[in-house]
Design a protein around this ligand. Sequence first.
Ligand code: SF4
Length: 401
Amino acid sequence: MKPNLLGLSRDKMKALFFELGEKPFRAQQVMRWIHQRGVLDLNDMTDISKVLRGKLEQLVEIKAPNVVADYPSEDGSHKWVIEVASGSRVEMVFIPEGSRGTLCVSSQAGCSLDCGFCATGKQGWNSNLTVAEIAGQVWLARAQIDGFNAAAQRRISNVVMMGMGEPLMNFEPVMDAVSLMMDDWAYGLSKRKVTISTSGVVPAIRRMKEYTDASLAVSLHAPNDELRSRIMPINKKYPIADLIDAVKEYMASLKDKRVPVIEYTVIKGVNDHRQHARELAELLRTLPCKINLIPFNPFSLSDYRRPSDSVIRNFRVILQRAGFTVTVRTTRADDIGAACGQLVGDVEDLTRRQERYARRAEAMQNEVPEYYGQIGIERAQILASTGKAATSADDTLVLGS
Ligand code: SF4
Protein backbone atom coordinates (compact mmCIF):
# COMPACT_ATOMS: atom_id res chain seq x y z
CA MET A 1 0.00 0.00 0.00
CA LYS A 2 1.29 3.47 -0.87
CA PRO A 3 1.94 5.77 2.11
CA ASN A 4 -0.67 8.50 2.47
CA LEU A 5 1.12 11.85 2.82
CA LEU A 6 -1.85 13.28 4.72
CA GLY A 7 -0.84 11.05 7.63
CA LEU A 8 2.95 11.49 7.68
CA SER A 9 4.35 13.31 10.68
CA ARG A 10 7.19 15.79 10.11
CA ASP A 11 9.84 13.18 10.93
CA LYS A 12 8.32 10.60 8.62
CA MET A 13 7.89 13.13 5.81
CA LYS A 14 11.53 14.20 6.19
CA ALA A 15 12.65 10.58 6.15
CA LEU A 16 10.69 10.00 2.93
CA PHE A 17 12.35 12.94 1.17
CA PHE A 18 15.74 11.90 2.53
CA GLU A 19 15.24 8.48 0.94
CA LEU A 20 14.39 10.19 -2.31
CA GLY A 21 17.65 12.13 -2.11
CA GLU A 22 15.76 15.42 -1.59
CA LYS A 23 16.46 18.28 0.82
CA PRO A 24 14.43 18.39 4.08
CA PHE A 25 12.73 21.67 3.10
CA ARG A 26 10.76 19.69 0.49
CA ALA A 27 8.97 18.00 3.39
CA GLN A 28 8.03 21.40 4.74
CA GLN A 29 6.74 22.55 1.33
CA VAL A 30 4.56 19.50 0.85
CA MET A 31 3.19 19.59 4.41
CA ARG A 32 2.22 23.23 3.98
CA TRP A 33 0.42 22.51 0.73
CA ILE A 34 -1.56 19.68 2.28
CA HIS A 35 -2.37 20.88 5.80
CA GLN A 36 -2.35 24.66 5.43
CA ARG A 37 -3.65 25.21 1.92
CA GLY A 38 -5.80 22.08 1.66
CA VAL A 39 -4.17 20.89 -1.58
CA LEU A 40 -4.25 17.13 -2.18
CA ASP A 41 -3.25 17.07 -5.86
CA LEU A 42 0.50 16.95 -6.42
CA ASN A 43 0.06 18.77 -9.74
CA ASP A 44 -1.19 21.83 -7.87
CA MET A 45 1.95 22.03 -5.71
CA THR A 46 3.58 24.53 -8.01
CA ASP A 47 6.86 25.04 -6.18
CA ILE A 48 7.72 21.33 -6.41
CA SER A 49 9.58 20.39 -9.59
CA LYS A 50 7.74 18.39 -12.21
CA VAL A 51 10.32 15.60 -11.92
CA LEU A 52 9.83 15.26 -8.18
CA ARG A 53 6.04 15.39 -8.54
CA GLY A 54 6.30 12.59 -11.07
CA LYS A 55 8.42 10.50 -8.68
CA LEU A 56 5.97 11.11 -5.82
CA GLU A 57 3.03 10.22 -8.03
CA GLN A 58 4.48 6.70 -8.34
CA LEU A 59 5.27 6.23 -4.67
CA VAL A 60 2.60 7.89 -2.54
CA GLU A 61 -1.02 8.91 -2.33
CA ILE A 62 -2.69 11.90 -0.70
CA LYS A 63 -6.18 11.00 0.32
CA ALA A 64 -8.63 12.43 2.85
CA PRO A 65 -11.37 10.24 4.35
CA ASN A 66 -14.78 10.42 2.67
CA VAL A 67 -17.60 12.42 4.19
CA VAL A 68 -20.75 10.36 3.77
CA ALA A 69 -23.22 12.48 5.72
CA ASP A 70 -23.31 15.78 7.50
CA TYR A 71 -25.69 17.11 10.08
CA PRO A 72 -25.86 20.77 11.09
CA SER A 73 -27.29 21.35 14.56
CA GLU A 74 -29.66 24.14 15.46
CA ASP A 75 -27.08 25.45 17.93
CA GLY A 76 -24.42 25.98 15.23
CA SER A 77 -22.54 22.72 15.90
CA HIS A 78 -21.96 20.30 13.06
CA LYS A 79 -21.50 16.54 12.88
CA TRP A 80 -19.91 14.74 9.95
CA VAL A 81 -19.97 10.99 9.36
CA ILE A 82 -16.87 9.75 7.59
CA GLU A 83 -16.07 6.40 6.08
CA VAL A 84 -12.75 4.79 6.99
CA ALA A 85 -10.76 2.05 5.25
CA SER A 86 -12.36 -0.77 7.26
CA GLY A 87 -15.73 0.27 5.78
CA SER A 88 -17.02 1.45 9.17
CA ARG A 89 -18.30 4.96 9.66
CA VAL A 90 -17.11 7.26 12.42
CA GLU A 91 -18.21 10.68 13.51
CA MET A 92 -16.53 14.00 14.19
CA VAL A 93 -18.16 17.08 15.65
CA PHE A 94 -17.38 20.79 15.43
CA ILE A 95 -18.63 22.99 18.25
CA PRO A 96 -18.27 26.75 17.76
CA GLU A 97 -18.42 28.93 20.84
CA GLY A 98 -17.73 32.66 20.54
CA SER A 99 -14.32 33.06 18.97
CA ARG A 100 -13.39 29.43 19.71
CA GLY A 101 -14.12 26.39 17.64
CA THR A 102 -13.59 22.91 19.08
CA LEU A 103 -13.30 19.85 16.90
CA CYS A 104 -14.02 16.51 18.56
CA VAL A 105 -12.08 13.83 16.71
CA SER A 106 -12.50 10.02 16.64
CA SER A 107 -9.59 7.60 16.97
CA GLN A 108 -11.26 4.20 16.52
CA ALA A 109 -14.28 2.78 14.73
CA GLY A 110 -16.25 1.66 17.77
CA CYS A 111 -14.59 0.93 21.08
CA SER A 112 -13.80 -2.20 23.07
CA LEU A 113 -14.03 -0.62 26.52
CA ASP A 114 -17.79 -0.59 27.04
CA CYS A 115 -18.20 2.34 29.43
CA GLY A 116 -21.80 2.30 30.63
CA PHE A 117 -22.60 5.92 29.76
CA CYS A 118 -21.27 5.84 26.20
CA ALA A 119 -23.11 4.96 23.00
CA THR A 120 -19.85 4.19 21.15
CA GLY A 121 -19.01 1.56 23.75
CA LYS A 122 -22.28 -0.24 23.00
CA GLN A 123 -21.27 -0.58 19.33
CA GLY A 124 -18.31 -2.84 20.03
CA TRP A 125 -14.94 -2.36 18.32
CA ASN A 126 -14.21 -2.63 14.63
CA SER A 127 -10.88 -1.02 13.75
CA ASN A 128 -8.21 1.48 14.65
CA LEU A 129 -8.04 4.60 12.53
CA THR A 130 -4.86 5.39 10.63
CA VAL A 131 -2.92 8.63 11.13
CA ALA A 132 -4.40 9.94 7.87
CA GLU A 133 -7.91 9.11 9.09
CA ILE A 134 -7.35 10.87 12.42
CA ALA A 135 -5.43 13.96 11.24
CA GLY A 136 -7.60 13.82 8.12
CA GLN A 137 -10.58 14.77 10.29
CA VAL A 138 -8.90 18.11 11.00
CA TRP A 139 -8.20 18.47 7.28
CA LEU A 140 -11.82 17.66 6.42
CA ALA A 141 -13.23 19.98 9.04
CA ARG A 142 -11.08 22.85 7.77
CA ALA A 143 -12.15 22.12 4.21
CA GLN A 144 -15.81 22.12 5.28
CA ILE A 145 -15.73 24.99 7.76
CA ASP A 146 -13.49 27.62 6.21
CA GLY A 147 -12.21 26.13 2.98
CA PHE A 148 -8.63 26.63 4.28
CA ASN A 149 -9.13 30.36 4.29
CA ALA A 150 -6.58 31.59 6.84
CA ALA A 151 -8.52 34.79 7.44
CA ALA A 152 -11.85 33.06 8.13
CA GLN A 153 -13.48 33.67 11.50
CA ARG A 154 -14.82 30.27 12.47
CA ARG A 155 -11.56 28.38 12.54
CA ILE A 156 -10.70 25.36 14.57
CA SER A 157 -8.94 26.63 17.68
CA ASN A 158 -9.11 23.44 19.77
CA VAL A 159 -9.02 19.73 19.07
CA VAL A 160 -10.17 17.16 21.60
CA MET A 161 -9.61 13.44 21.11
CA MET A 162 -13.01 12.70 22.62
CA GLY A 163 -14.87 11.29 19.65
CA MET A 164 -15.37 7.59 19.04
CA GLY A 165 -12.79 5.25 20.55
CA GLU A 166 -10.15 5.25 23.27
CA PRO A 167 -7.20 7.20 21.80
CA LEU A 168 -4.58 5.40 23.86
CA MET A 169 -5.74 2.00 22.56
CA ASN A 170 -4.55 3.24 19.15
CA PHE A 171 -1.37 4.72 20.53
CA GLU A 172 1.16 5.35 17.74
CA PRO A 173 -1.29 6.64 15.12
CA VAL A 174 -2.84 8.98 17.69
CA MET A 175 0.57 10.27 18.75
CA ASP A 176 1.53 10.97 15.12
CA ALA A 177 -1.82 12.61 14.38
CA VAL A 178 -1.52 14.80 17.47
CA SER A 179 2.01 15.80 16.45
CA LEU A 180 0.60 16.97 13.10
CA MET A 181 -2.13 18.96 14.83
CA MET A 182 0.55 20.81 16.84
CA ASP A 183 3.16 21.08 14.06
CA ASP A 184 3.84 24.56 12.66
CA TRP A 185 4.26 22.98 9.25
CA ALA A 186 0.77 21.53 9.54
CA TYR A 187 -2.12 22.81 11.71
CA GLY A 188 0.03 24.68 14.23
CA LEU A 189 -2.31 24.35 17.22
CA SER A 190 -0.95 25.12 20.65
CA LYS A 191 -0.24 22.15 22.94
CA ARG A 192 -2.73 23.71 25.36
CA LYS A 193 -5.44 23.39 22.73
CA VAL A 194 -4.95 19.79 21.74
CA THR A 195 -6.32 17.40 24.34
CA ILE A 196 -6.02 13.64 24.53
CA SER A 197 -8.85 12.22 26.58
CA THR A 198 -8.45 8.77 28.09
CA SER A 199 -10.56 6.40 30.10
CA GLY A 200 -7.39 5.41 31.95
CA VAL A 201 -5.10 3.12 29.97
CA VAL A 202 -2.38 3.43 32.58
CA PRO A 203 0.68 1.96 30.74
CA ALA A 204 -0.10 4.15 27.72
CA ILE A 205 -0.39 7.28 29.89
CA ARG A 206 3.05 6.43 31.27
CA ARG A 207 4.41 6.19 27.69
CA MET A 208 2.86 9.44 26.50
CA LYS A 209 5.63 11.70 27.77
CA GLU A 210 8.10 10.13 25.33
CA TYR A 211 5.86 11.13 22.39
CA THR A 212 3.91 14.27 23.16
CA ASP A 213 3.25 17.21 25.43
CA ALA A 214 -0.42 17.60 24.52
CA SER A 215 -2.97 18.36 27.21
CA LEU A 216 -4.65 15.52 29.05
CA ALA A 217 -8.23 14.82 30.10
CA VAL A 218 -9.15 11.80 32.19
CA SER A 219 -12.58 10.19 32.22
CA LEU A 220 -13.02 9.38 35.90
CA HIS A 221 -16.80 9.34 36.43
CA ALA A 222 -16.69 7.77 39.91
CA PRO A 223 -14.94 8.53 43.18
CA ASN A 224 -14.11 4.95 44.19
CA ASP A 225 -13.02 1.69 42.55
CA GLU A 226 -16.18 -0.22 43.33
CA LEU A 227 -18.44 2.25 41.53
CA ARG A 228 -15.96 3.04 38.76
CA SER A 229 -15.52 -0.64 37.91
CA ARG A 230 -19.28 -0.88 37.53
CA ILE A 231 -19.46 2.12 35.19
CA MET A 232 -16.12 1.59 33.42
CA PRO A 233 -14.87 -2.01 33.15
CA ILE A 234 -11.31 -0.79 32.41
CA ASN A 235 -11.05 0.16 36.09
CA LYS A 236 -10.83 -3.52 37.03
CA LYS A 237 -7.53 -3.65 35.16
CA TYR A 238 -6.22 -0.18 36.04
CA PRO A 239 -7.66 1.00 39.36
CA ILE A 240 -7.96 4.64 40.36
CA ALA A 241 -4.78 4.87 42.47
CA ASP A 242 -2.60 3.66 39.56
CA LEU A 243 -4.43 5.98 37.20
CA ILE A 244 -3.84 9.03 39.36
CA ASP A 245 -0.15 8.13 39.76
CA ALA A 246 0.26 7.86 35.98
CA VAL A 247 -1.53 11.18 35.44
CA LYS A 248 0.69 12.90 38.00
CA GLU A 249 3.75 11.47 36.28
CA TYR A 250 2.65 12.74 32.85
CA MET A 251 1.75 16.18 34.14
CA ALA A 252 5.13 16.43 35.90
CA SER A 253 6.83 15.79 32.55
CA LEU A 254 5.23 18.91 30.99
CA LYS A 255 7.32 22.03 31.13
CA ASP A 256 4.51 24.33 32.22
CA LYS A 257 1.76 24.68 34.77
CA ARG A 258 -0.99 22.89 32.90
CA VAL A 259 -3.29 20.63 34.89
CA PRO A 260 -5.38 17.70 33.68
CA VAL A 261 -9.12 17.96 33.26
CA ILE A 262 -11.03 15.34 35.20
CA GLU A 263 -14.20 14.44 33.35
CA TYR A 264 -17.11 13.30 35.48
CA THR A 265 -20.35 12.30 33.77
CA VAL A 266 -23.08 12.81 36.33
CA ILE A 267 -25.65 10.01 36.16
CA LYS A 268 -28.92 10.10 38.04
CA GLY A 269 -28.97 7.81 41.05
CA VAL A 270 -25.59 6.29 40.17
CA ASN A 271 -22.80 8.75 40.95
CA ASP A 272 -24.62 12.02 41.66
CA HIS A 273 -25.06 11.87 45.43
CA ARG A 274 -23.55 14.56 47.65
CA GLN A 275 -21.46 11.84 49.26
CA HIS A 276 -19.95 11.04 45.85
CA ALA A 277 -18.95 14.70 45.48
CA ARG A 278 -17.32 14.68 48.91
CA GLU A 279 -15.52 11.44 48.13
CA LEU A 280 -14.35 12.86 44.80
CA ALA A 281 -12.97 15.95 46.52
CA GLU A 282 -11.10 13.73 48.95
CA LEU A 283 -9.77 11.50 46.17
CA LEU A 284 -8.43 14.41 44.12
CA ARG A 285 -7.05 16.31 47.09
CA THR A 286 -3.44 15.87 46.01
CA LEU A 287 -3.94 16.20 42.26
CA PRO A 288 -3.89 19.73 40.84
CA CYS A 289 -6.70 19.55 38.26
CA LYS A 290 -9.87 21.06 36.90
CA ILE A 291 -13.11 19.13 37.11
CA ASN A 292 -15.58 19.09 34.25
CA LEU A 293 -19.04 17.81 35.12
CA ILE A 294 -20.97 16.39 32.19
CA PRO A 295 -24.69 15.87 32.72
CA PHE A 296 -25.38 12.41 31.25
CA ASN A 297 -26.74 12.57 27.70
CA PRO A 298 -29.34 9.83 27.24
CA PHE A 299 -29.30 7.44 24.28
CA SER A 300 -31.50 4.52 23.37
CA LEU A 301 -29.35 1.61 24.60
CA SER A 302 -28.79 3.02 28.07
CA ASP A 303 -30.99 2.87 31.16
CA TYR A 304 -29.07 5.74 32.75
CA ARG A 305 -30.75 9.07 33.18
CA ARG A 306 -29.70 12.68 33.47
CA PRO A 307 -29.88 14.24 36.94
CA SER A 308 -31.78 17.46 37.52
CA ASP A 309 -30.00 20.81 37.27
CA SER A 310 -30.26 21.28 41.02
CA VAL A 311 -28.47 17.98 41.72
CA ILE A 312 -25.66 19.02 39.40
CA ARG A 313 -25.52 22.46 41.00
CA ASN A 314 -25.20 20.93 44.48
CA PHE A 315 -22.53 18.54 43.27
CA ARG A 316 -20.59 21.43 41.81
CA VAL A 317 -20.89 23.57 44.92
CA ILE A 318 -19.47 20.82 47.14
CA LEU A 319 -16.43 20.54 44.88
CA GLN A 320 -16.02 24.29 44.63
CA ARG A 321 -16.16 24.62 48.41
CA ALA A 322 -13.37 22.06 48.55
CA GLY A 323 -11.29 24.43 46.41
CA PHE A 324 -11.67 22.93 42.91
CA THR A 325 -12.26 24.80 39.68
CA VAL A 326 -15.37 23.15 38.31
CA THR A 327 -17.12 23.62 34.99
CA VAL A 328 -20.36 22.08 33.86
CA ARG A 329 -20.35 21.08 30.21
CA THR A 330 -23.24 22.60 28.34
CA THR A 331 -25.05 20.03 26.27
CA ARG A 332 -24.49 20.83 22.62
CA ALA A 333 -25.68 19.22 19.42
CA ASP A 334 -27.95 16.62 21.02
CA ASP A 335 -30.53 17.30 18.29
CA ILE A 336 -28.09 15.58 15.90
CA GLY A 337 -26.94 12.83 18.31
CA ALA A 338 -23.56 14.48 18.75
CA ALA A 339 -23.53 15.40 22.44
CA CYS A 340 -20.90 13.84 24.70
CA GLY A 341 -21.24 10.06 24.82
CA GLN A 342 -23.78 9.89 21.98
CA LEU A 343 -21.52 9.20 18.96
CA VAL A 344 -22.25 5.88 17.31
CA GLY A 345 -21.26 5.99 13.64
CA ASP A 346 -21.92 2.74 11.84
CA VAL A 347 -19.58 0.05 13.03
CA GLU A 348 -19.37 -3.52 11.92
CA ASP A 349 -18.90 -4.98 15.39
CA LEU A 350 -15.98 -7.42 15.52
CA THR A 351 -16.41 -7.86 19.27
CA ARG A 352 -20.01 -9.13 18.82
CA ARG A 353 -21.08 -6.81 21.60
CA GLN A 354 -24.14 -5.59 19.74
CA GLU A 355 -25.43 -9.17 19.60
CA ARG A 356 -24.91 -9.57 23.34
CA TYR A 357 -26.80 -6.33 24.03
CA ALA A 358 -29.64 -7.39 21.77
CA ARG A 359 -29.91 -10.72 23.63
CA ARG A 360 -29.85 -8.96 26.99
CA ALA A 361 -32.47 -6.42 25.89
CA GLU A 362 -34.72 -9.24 24.69
CA ALA A 363 -34.34 -11.08 27.99
CA MET A 364 -35.14 -7.90 29.91
CA GLN A 365 -38.23 -7.25 27.84
CA ASN A 366 -39.57 -10.59 28.91
CA GLU A 367 -38.90 -9.79 32.55
CA VAL A 368 -40.20 -6.24 32.61
CA PRO A 369 -43.99 -6.76 32.52
CA GLU A 370 -43.87 -9.18 35.41
CA TYR A 371 -41.56 -6.93 37.42
CA TYR A 372 -43.53 -3.76 36.89
CA GLY A 373 -46.74 -5.74 37.21
CA GLN A 374 -45.69 -6.65 40.74
CA ILE A 375 -44.83 -3.02 41.52
CA GLY A 376 -48.16 -1.98 40.07
CA ILE A 377 -50.00 -4.35 42.43
CA GLU A 378 -48.03 -3.10 45.45
CA ARG A 379 -48.60 0.48 44.37
CA ALA A 380 -52.34 -0.06 43.98
CA GLN A 381 -52.40 -1.50 47.51
CA ILE A 382 -50.47 1.51 48.88
CA LEU A 383 -52.67 3.99 47.03
CA ALA A 384 -55.77 2.21 48.25
CA SER A 385 -54.56 2.26 51.85
CA THR A 386 -53.61 5.98 51.72
CA GLY A 387 -56.62 7.09 49.69
CA LYS A 388 -54.31 8.89 47.15
CA ALA A 389 -54.85 8.80 43.39
CA ALA A 390 -52.19 7.81 40.83
CA THR A 391 -50.77 10.87 39.04
CA SER A 392 -48.36 9.60 36.39
CA ALA A 393 -46.65 6.48 35.16
CA ASP A 394 -43.44 7.88 36.61
CA ASP A 395 -44.74 7.40 40.13
CA THR A 396 -44.63 3.68 39.56
CA LEU A 397 -40.94 3.88 38.75
CA VAL A 398 -40.25 5.99 41.83
CA LEU A 399 -42.00 3.48 44.00
CA GLY A 400 -40.01 0.71 42.45
CA SER A 401 -36.64 2.32 42.99
S1 SF4 B 1 -16.18 6.56 26.81
FE1 SF4 B 1 -14.45 6.38 25.42
S2 SF4 B 1 -13.35 4.59 26.23
FE2 SF4 B 1 -15.40 4.47 27.10
S3 SF4 B 1 -16.58 3.17 25.68
FE3 SF4 B 1 -16.88 5.32 25.05
S4 SF4 B 1 -15.34 5.67 23.47
FE4 SF4 B 1 -14.73 3.84 24.62
